[in-house]
Design a protein around this ligand. Sequence first.
Ligand SMILES: [Zn+2]
Ligand SMILES: [Zn+2]
Length: 433
Amino acid sequence: MGILDDARALTEGGPLCDACLGRVFADRSYGLTNAERGRSLRVAAALEDDDEPEDVDPADCWVCEGLCGQFDEWAERAAATVDGSEDEADAVEFETYQVGTRTPPLVEENEALLREMADLPEDAGEPFKSEFNREVGKRFGRLTDTTVDFGRPDVQFVLDIEDDTVETEVNSAFVYGRYRKLVRDIPQTEWPCRECDGSGRQGRQACDHCGGSGYLYEDSVEGLSAPVVRDVMDGVEALFHGAGREDVDALMLETGRPFVIEIKEPRRRDVDVDRLEGDINAFADGKVEVEGLRLAEHDMVERVKGLDASKTYRAEVEFDADVSAEALSEAVETLSGSTIEQYTPHRVDHRRASLTRTRHVYDASAEHVDARHATVEIHGEGGLYIKELVSGDEGRTDPSLADLLGVSAVVTALDVLAVEGEDEPFEREEFFR
Ligand SMILES: [Zn+2]
Ligand SMILES: [Zn+2]
């Protein structure tokens, strides 16, 4: 049987709309809608039979029961959930979208029945769902002047035909940047009080462990930055993702540490990042500074959290015996470029499995302040423990500054100057919008 015979067999079972007829042959030819395919087949068969081609209103179609005449309607309904036409509070800014459909079981059964009638494979052409997604999607794109994205769109719709509802999901927006922490004793993320679980209360009383704030520290890098982004993007929640973290008592200086702030369900995403940077820096009031803000793709979160990064530290070091400038510079020269064996330090023993690791010191330099004090700068591989590199950690780290000098040495203040990707920079174009 040829394609026209198949078409004749399909139309014999009752009124069938052009789209439902054409959909059975969706894999034939290009650049046609299924309705155009269906209409063409009907006309070609009528020409061959010297007959008048039938006109079937989708409303009378036994397969889709009118749904193929409702593409415009569903596209308008989807648009209404995000364009603010019904409720200004629903106005959402987006550039990309994706449409999904939940097909009524009855339509799926009809589709199978239709193909069976013409002895065609049950998956001939394409399923109703594909056509509905595409046709509603095309119209939605034209209505809203936006682009379809089959990966991770800004907004996603599920058209539930049976339930007669449009489910709308607004995906997160992401802002990348680097932060400096200019004041000590600020954690990176908010640190809820463990005595009151962040509630600030113990029974009827204010929690005395946290003074009723619910947080162990009044400020955090997250708390000084993320709420500003949440407000500007008008989202419901902000999440802070850092490229590692420094100790609470360490500063983060110079080029800063990469981070991503994720905003859930943002109503605005095309924000002016320069202005946002200014807003955050004003809000953080000199305790924290951000720079290099850019709108990022969602996979920047994984990159920031997962990319191997080297760190540059500056340590204030105190010796328990006099050290000469010459001895110091000789010791630091030995450390520079060396490979360090570190057995898991005493101070982190309880959290990490104990093992000996090797880490590289890429570069080291020192400033001799006086016989008992020095400032040491170390650029090392990620995971290098700096306090132990200085003290030796009772022989668990080898070599160490203390061993090389033959004195006891401790770090009295430790700051991070740079966090950089080991093999490539964090900031690669494909991770930005
Ligand atoms: Zn139909
Ligand atoms: Zn508390």
